[in-house]
Design a protein around this ligand. Structure first.
Ligand code: EPZ
Length: 422
């Protein structure tokens, strides 16, 4: 298992390129199961989760080739040879559930392992199953697997989610494209990854309206065709690297960064005393003074403050002037980075879904442990401004969602090394 060593090294200067979005690519790839024609995804991120999705689709009979150093994915599924998504793959990555809707819509049956537990919360998939039932599917849970069938094919219907779910919206949106008749998805998630999925499906011939709003209408069609689609910029990778100059000082340009993807986040940075300017190539970030102001943050579905930037924002607020209150409203167990930041000298009091962070002058390097994807990068961000060396272990979590993190940060002057333990 590799370890990353970070030593505070003063202001960061330079440019960081932002990759395509993991959470868009993970829903775009299963869309290949909806058609027997090829789907090409450009601007694809090179991540272990993408390799897991590739293994899953290949196990179902699809072909996935990674081209141009992994930046282009050529996918095709002439036929789905196997309709069972096996536990051994699904347990590695919850997004595997996103093959359910496409398989059910295309062939009228699918067997998908339940994903099992997750570090940040229980994360059930009941909304996915209820939504498929609203389109006429029969769902049965047996031996840890979802057995789904729709012998006469899916039929358009009304899907009203009790609360917003990104994954359930993506799953039913894909399924509805081949259902007979009209489907209306109410209280749909509005994330940019869903808008990106809808744009790709429309290129494949789907009839969709309302993506990006809380009501999406889909007119089912008999068949979808192939397409070529660029994966949208990764707003979470973008937000993560925007925090690096905010924490350490300096000035960094995020190449490919788009303000519209991170609006609520930029508002909080502005409140904290950090400037975000649009440039021809992306976004330029620098703090207005050496002091960061304490701010309160509550995570919400898009366009609210993203839960996937909560841990990284906490790293910034550990050395802010004053007391910040962070409320995690999406996942019930997403403060596992707090005790690790406390090991670095932070003052954080966690009570249920609320963390109260009292800013300290400076953090100190320490050995810390990554617990999940976003927690791992928050420890690296904290280490960039800490006194002395921080040793982050279990960085395999990081590889799921960040490509070349050491190279990208080194490129702007960070003192960071990755060491493999072999
Ligand atoms: C997506 O997860 C992202 N993952 C997550 O990013 C992100 O944190 C999350 O959306 C929220 O923005 C991918 O896109 C692959 P949800 P998803 O369904 O779809 C509950 C990262 O770091 N719920 O919107 O699983 C659920 O437990 C990852 O990149 C049900 O109760 O999230 C959670 O509390 C982490 N039943 C809430 O809804 C369901 O059937 C929101 O989950 C579905 C969800």
């Amino acid at each position: 298992m590799d370890t990353i060593f970070v030593t505070g090294n003063g202001p960061l200067i330079g440019q960081i390129p932002i990759a395509g979005a993991k959470n868009a690519c993970l829903t775009l790839m299963p869309a290949t199961l909806l058609s027997d024609e090829p789907l090409t995804l450009t601007n694809a991120p090179r991540l272990s989760d993408i390799r897991t999705m590739t293994a899953l689709l290949t196990s179902l009979g699809a072909e996935v080739s990674s081209l141009q150093d992994g930046k282009v994915l050529a996918l095709s599924s002439h036929a789905i040879g196997n309709h069972t998504a096996d536990y051994d793959i699904v347990r590695k990555m919850r997004a595997s559930i996103l093959v359910l809707g496409p398989m059910l819509a295309r062939d009228g049956h699918a067997i998908v392992s339940l994903p099992g537990g997750c570090a940040i919360g229980a994360r059930p998939v009941d909304l996915h199953l209820r939504a498929m039932e609203a389109l006429g599917a029969e769902m049965e849970l047996r031996d840890g697997y979802v057995h789904a069938k729709a012998p006469g094919g899916l039929k358009g219907g009304i899907v009203e989610f009790p609360f917003v779910s990104v994954g359930a919206t993506e799953n039913i949106l894909m399924a509805a494209t081949l259902a007979k008749g009209t489907t209306v998805i109410k209280r749909a998630a509005r994330e940019p990854e869903i808008v990106d999925l809808a744009h790709c499906l429309r290129k494949m011939g789907a009839q969709i309206e309302g993506e990006g709003t809380d009501t999406i209408t889909v007119q089912g069609v008999d068949k979808l065709r192939g397409a070529t689609h660029p994966v949208v910029t990764d707003r979470i990778e973008l937000g993560t690297y925007m925090l690096a100059p905010a924490i350490c000082g300096g000035e960094v340009e995020l190449l490919g960064g788009r303000r519209d993807l991170v609006g609520a986040f930029c508002d909080k940075l502005d409140e904290a005393g950090v400037d975000v300017q649009e440039t021809d190539n992306g976004l330029m970030v620098k703090r207005r003074s050496d002091h960061i102001k304490a701010v309160d943050v509550a995570t919400e579905p898009y366009p609210g403050f993203p839960t996937d930037l909560q841990a990284q924002m906490m790293a910034l607020l550990c050395t802010a002037d004053g007391v910040s209150v962070l409320e995690e409203k999406i996942f019930e167990n997403r403060f596992m980075h707090a005790p690790e930041l406390t090991r670095m000298g932070a003052q954080i009091d966690v009570q249920g879904g609320t963390a109260t962070v009292t800013g300290v002058k400076k953090l100190k390097g320490a050995p810390v442990m990554a617990t999940d994807l976003r927690a791992s990068v928050s420890l690296i961000l904290a280490g960039l401004a800490a006194e002395g060396a921080t040793k982050v272990s279990r960085v395999y979590h990081l590889d799921r969602g960040y490509e070349h993190v050491v190279g990208k940060l080194k490129g702007v002057g960070a003192n960071i090394e990755r060491v493999s333990d072999q």
